[in-house]
Write a protein that binds this ligand. Structure first.
Ligand SMILES: [Fe+2]
Length: 137
């Protein structure tokens, strides 16, 4: 059992976005607890691609709706993630490296990215939204 789990401290105050984040933590646990074959790796990368498309769009829509001032900087992080994913995909389809090694790299990167992105970037829009709510009450 992985000790890398979603917890309340990571809540951004939006149930849908929290659910997306929980899904990503589960995906990482799945990656960690499975034998990484080529087929499994491509399944994980496919899920990540779907995640990036849907989750980022949801977050971007929320930030736009509330007029979040850090929108552009946040979008840059999402774009960088998508570029990273593209690089991994093209590397693993061309390279002879074992899927196991690539799985490890993906796992490390995701853990770091996810915790830092949520704790720093996502928390900024959470704080912005909750301050706006307070001000309008
Ligand atoms: Fe984000």
């Amino acid at each position: 059992m992985s000790n890398f789990q979603w917890n309340e401290k990571l809540s951004v105050g939006n149930a849908e976005i929290d659910a997306d984040h929980k899904g990503l933590f589960e995906l990482i646990a799945e990656l960690e607890n499975s034998a990484v074959t080529r087929g499994f790796l491509s399944y994980i990368l496919g899920r990540l691609e779907g995640y990036a498309a849907e989750h980022f769009a949801r977050e971007e829509q929320l930030m736009r709706r509330v007029g979040y001032p850090g929108f552009d900087a946040h979008i840059r992080e999402h774009k960088a993630f998508v570029e990273w994913l593209e690089t991994v995909k093209s590397t693993y389809t061309r390279a002879a490296e074992s899927p196991y090694l690539i799985g490890d790299l993906v796992n490390d990167f995701l853990r770091g990215w996810l915790t830092r992105h949520i704790m720093e970037e996502d928390m900024k829009y959470r704080d912005f939204i909750s301050e706006r709510k307070r001000a309008s009450n």
